[in-house]
Design a protein around this ligand. Sequence first.
Ligand SMILES: Cc1ncc(COP(=O)(O)O)c(C=O)c1O
Length: 413
Amino acid sequence: MTETRGTGETRETTTPGFGHLLARRTAWGRSDAIGRILAAANAPGVLSMAGGIPAPDSFPVSRLAAVTDRVLSRSAAAALQYAPTEGVAAMREAVAARAGETGAAVGAERVMVTCGSQQGLDLVARTLLDEGDLVALDDPGYLGAVQAFRGAGAQLLPLPTDRDGMRVDILEDRLAAGARPKLVYVVPHFHNPTGGVLDEERRRALAGLAERYGFLVVEDDPYGDLAFDGERLPSTDVHSDRVIRLMSLSKTLCPGLRVAGLTAPAGLIGELVAAKQSSDLQTNTFGQYVLAELLGDPSFLPAHLTRLRTLYGDKARATAALLRERLPWLVFDDPRGGLFFWCTVDDPQVTSDLLYEHALAQGIAIVPGKPFCIEQDGSRVLRLSFATLDEEQRQEGVSRLAAAFAKARADAG
Ligand SMILES: Cc1ncc(COP(=O)(O)O)c(C=O)c1O
């Protein structure tokens, strides 16, 4: 069946027999593209450079085991109980402390603990967006955000992006021409998928535009702590109060506990908490106790982040060298942090979709760029993760990609 929404856009639903029962909004944010690609990547024998997942050896397993024991022996009654919707006090304080180290100082009363930043995106979208409202974002963009905003009925204002992040000058032109976004969504460090870092001047300009035009900046920053040189720029919230920060811990600690922080202006936090209450009451109490205890140890995070930056920096450099040596048709900038290469296939005949099909047949999964692209041409771009393969798998994966390219070329020509 086909759904039409307020924006005039139509989409297919995939529920034969039940389509007439679905709410109209059910179809709005729906996209199965990445789900299908990641399912294929998990097939037996397939090596994957597709997922945006952290390396298992990045998880602080022994420290987590020790704090888990401590929490259970000292605080089991509270740690296994229901907790306030806004979050356990110690976790809110830990998030506020981390927010202050990486941006403007905030009190714990402006923090909400969410079930991952993806939930933060959903709550922001549900709380602030009416059908037809405009959201500006980088194109290509993070698909989870696109889904959350579209799911709330928003119209998207895609903006070009480069190595220094969103083209804020183009946003300014669009605002001057009358565009009125409610939200401007940015991934400020090592953008997924492009790897761009929103530079200092653009952060300042964005904050100035937020003040002038009255929109909110949603800053979603899962990768800021993964700069290989350890440098990170302060959050846009040092320049404006009109910023919501989504502070995922998935890439720096582990995604499995589903605990993240969100900071919001004082006038909004209560609305976001109310939206969360109707959604899931609260984030996992036990996970909050464990992570608050871990983050409360001042010796833990700096040493852990140093280890992660070395781990990922080494993987990125080794993968870059191998790709350049073996796959001269793949063009990319060296990542400065994060988990990904954003690449262009420099061949007139081979599209990234064609390469993807052949890569899968050879047993190596990649993500073709089209699902990330809103208006930009995604036909020759693709995302590769360097995070999870070890040395031997990397060699094998790149050999499979070389074979896939040769077959794709033969196929195309
Ligand atoms: C830009 C971006 N935002 C949010 C998320 C989801 O983060 P979380 O695991 O905290 O929900 C991801 C995960 O890949 C991401 O890349």
